[in-house]
Design a protein around this ligand. Structure first.
Ligand SMILES: [Zn+2]
Length: 146
């Protein structure tokens, strides 16, 4: 580790008076280590302390945040699905078949995925269906003429 610490240069240190990480001026060196510093905030001289922020593990926090983001995503599909199902509760549930005709907002029952609602029509013969835990693209015979 090549450090350019020298007397009269600045270094980040934990200040024993201010009780936080602050910029200090190096007052004395002991070999290649900082021995004594003067706080730029309170002007007090004290022994050098390693900044507290450098000691806290950052890696564990980052991976935890990523995991909760994934959980939120799968949870939001379920919320969306519940909202759609309750707002379309008067629409009869149609059994899904590849030969059926489905339109936007139609409710269907899929043998594998369960109950879903058509969220998007993809020309000419595909449907984007919102199921409880996933969004799937299914094929159908085409949108019925109205
Ligand atoms: Zn201080």
């Amino acid at each position: 580790m090549a450090r350019t610490s020298a007397v009269a240069s600045e270094a980040l240190s934990y200040c024993t008076s201010c009780k936080m990480d602050l910029n200090h001026v190096i007052v004395a060196m002991k070999g290649d280590k900082i021995a004594k510093v003067q706080c730029l905030t309170c002007k007090k001289e004290h022994v050098y302390r390693v900044p507290k922020g450098a000691l806290e593990p950052q890696v564990a926090k980052a991976s935890k945040a990523k995991k909760s983001a994934e959980e939120t995503e799968s949870h939001s599909i379920e919320i969306e699905w519940e909202k759609l199902m309750s707002s379309h509760k008067d629409i009869p549930l149609k059994p899904y078949t590849t030969r059926g005709h489905f339109g936007l907002g139609d409710k269907l029952n899929h043998p594998t995925f369960g109950d879903g609602i058509v969220g998007k029509l993809i020309y000419p013969n595909k449907l984007e269906v919102i199921f409880r835990h996933d969004v799937k693209v299914l094929i159908h015979a085409g949108t019925a003429q109205t």
